[in-house]
Design a protein around this ligand. Structure first.
Ligand code: ZN
Length: 177
């Protein structure tokens, strides 16, 4: 602790989104990013970076289910990280109930406590939880990298707009893979 660290935020790589039988399966694009994210997680761990898993976690009667089919109900298998990317000891798992990883969570404290200034972001969906979390990072002046090979969305047009917006409006560095 005390020294500057970078962090990788892994957004919603959970069974209900990434398993093809999940109620909100994000499509084969979302499965295709799994090996890239796995390698990136290993790299961050090897270099002493902090790996933070942001995990959607809803009550059974969550208002979000007015807009989306029920998913990631707290305590169910659907709300767990996919087995291929399972967290290790030393990683941080943060449950969230809204799109932004900052809403009602201790993400800000976790990043501060670990002296993080630079944050990489991967996961799903580019135009929803990834972009809203990136907005929260930008508001807090973090240096942000979004790995293009590590994000996916069920809606390609929204994803394109989101990438452009994150680059232009939030000053995100986009790394192609
Ligand atoms: Zn949700």
């Amino acid at each position: 602790m005390g020294k500057t660290r970078k962090a990788l935020i892994v957004v919603d790589m959970l069974n209900d989104f990434i398993d093809e039988n999940g109620p909100l399966f994000c499509g084969k694009e979302a499965r295709a990013i799994v090996p890239f994210i796995g390698a990136l997680i290993d790299e961050y761990r090897r270099e002493g970076g902090l790996v933070v898993y942001l995990c959607d976690s809803h009550r059974k009667d969550d208002r979000e289910f007015d807009r989306f089919p029920p998913h990631c109900v707290t305590g169910t298998r659907g709300a767990e990280v996919i087995p291929e990317l399972a967290p290790s000891a030393g990683d941080t798992v943060i449950r969230k109930s809204r799109y932004s990883g900052f809403y009602g969570t201790d993400l800000e404290e976790v990043l501060e406590k670990n002296g993080v200034l630079e944050v990489g972001v991967v996961g799903v969906c580019t135009s929803i939880c990834v972009m809203d979390t990136v907005g929260g990072l930008a508001n807090r002046d973090y240096g942000i990298t979004v790995y293009e090979g590590g994000v996916a969305d069920f809606d390609p047009e929204s994803a394109r707009c989101a990438m452009a917006r994150m680059r232009r409006v939030y000053g995100v560095r986009v790394v192609a893979s």
